[in-house]
Design a binder for this molecule. Structure first.
Ligand SMILES: *Cc1c(COP(=O)(O)O)cnc(C)c1O
Length: 389
């Protein structure tokens, strides 16, 4: 062959008689077949041969199997973002005229998407408290299809009573979707408590290093998985192999990181609760929190996110955030470094004062996504910033 052809057709490395220790990155958009029949077969189902990157990829499949196994599911669909996973599920399962029951405290992107479904796609929604199965039963109509919950909500940390809510949904024949991003499968596995689908933003704790945007939906049931898969491949929210590869690398230390996130958050929460400039600390690991009992039953740790209210309101919150040296002002959470933000002006800016108050957020609320640094370094930084608040 001539150079023009040789440069195009690279030799595939032979891998026989041994396997790589870590999962290789299959950075390819498609796969070669000997036979047209085999290719057609691969495209028609999720468990056939790998054909095309938007359908599946070996590196992405490894991530899907890893997270599915951790959550106790039968299969998973990895996506390009957490919202990609949430939308694959909502759009893949709802149709005009269907009714959705969702908990009141929801991630901002999910709340905005549900508003779109209602305004433009003929779906109706009823919001219920995350711990009230009687409200769920009362909200159900013959058109209800899905129940949507979050294990730990942002930023004040309400914990859903998953066993009670999933049982009520099951009695009514409804499919329950749980966003388990804040808890991760290390702290809680919603399928064990009756959930049908678990969604994650892999961007947060599972990848864990603030360098990936990704999502995943895990299914307790094969029929549900196939239904959403057929929709998701056309939606085009697929995961990129490199993002999946980075996420697998992060996943290997998830259990260790969660242990430190929880321990650091608990220490910071307890010290904040004793500080004269702090009027309230929102962390389910503290006895005074509304979700403390549910969390103690359901979770093997209260997670790494907490929020606290400053006596001096918005001005004090802004002064605090200007004064930290170690803690960074940035969106997102779940990475190794501690990040903070002001929910009222950023993640929850779409809410008016009454809605903010109902959610438990004030102008003086600061959210901390506590990282895995040394707890005393963190506390020293927080304490000196509080002096200026
Ligand atoms: C970040 C987040 C999402 C959205 O995930 P992206 O990866 O940003 O699309 C959904 N749910 C929760 C709880 C989140 O924290």
């Amino acid at each position: 062959m001539r150079p023009e052809t040789r440069t195009v057709r690279l030799p595939q490395p032979p891998v026989t008689g041994s396997t790589p220790i870590t999962v290789p990155l299959y950075q390819t958009s498609g796969f070669v077949f000997d036979d047209a029949q085999a290719m057609a077969e691969g495209m028609s189902r999720p468990d056939g041969a790998f054909v095309y990157g938007r359908y599946s990829n070996p590196t992405v499949r490894s991530l899907e199997e890893a997270v599915s196994g951790l959550e106790g599911g039968v299969a998973a669909i990895a996506t390009g973002s957490g919202m990609g996973a949430i939308n694959s599920v909502l759009l893949g399962l709802l149709k005009p005229g269907d009714h959705l029951i969702a908990q009141e405290a929801l991630y901002g992107g999910t709340a905005a998407m549900i508003n779109e479904l209602v305004a433009r796609f003929g779906v109706t929604v009823t919001y219920v408290p995350e711990t009230d199965p009687a409200a769920l039963r009362a909200a159900a109509t013959p058109a209800t299809r899905l129940v949507y919950l979050e294990t730990i909500a942002n930023p004040v940390g309400q914990v859903a009573d998953l066993p009670a809510m999933c049982a009520a949904a099951r009695e009514l024949g409804l499919t329950t979707v749980v966003d388990n991003t804040f808890a991760t499968p290390v702290l809680c596995r919603p399928i064990e408590h009756g959930a049908d689908i678990v969604v994650h933003s892999l961007t947060k704790y599972i990848s864990g290093h603030t360098d990936v945007v990704g999502g995943i939906a895990v299914f307790a049931d094969d029929a549900l998985y196939r239904k959403v898969w057929h929709f998701a491949i056309e939606l085009g929210a697929s995961a990129d192999p490199f993002a999946a590869w980075l996420t697998l690398r992060g996943l290997q230390t998830l259990a260790l990181r969660m242990e430190r996130h929880c321990a650091n958050a608990q220490l910071v929460a307890e010290r904040l609760a004793d500080h004269p400039k702090v009027t309230k600390v929102h962390y389910a690991g503290l006895p005074g929190h509304a979700s403390h009992e549910v969390a103690a039953k359901l979770l093997s740790g209260s997670g790494g996110v907490l929020a606290f209210d400053l006596a001096g309101g918005r001005q004090a919150a802004e002064a605090f955030m200007r004064s930290t040296r170690l803690v960074l002002l940035a969106p997102s959470l779940g990475g190794v470094e501690t990040l903070m933000l002001h929910p009222a002006s950023t993640s929850h800016r779409a809410l008016d004062e009454a809605e903010l108050a109902r959610t438990g957020i004030s102008q003086g609320t600061v959210r901390l996504a506590v990282g895995i640094e040394h707890a005393e370094d963190l506390w020293e930084d927080i304490a000196q910033a509080l002096d200026n608040a």
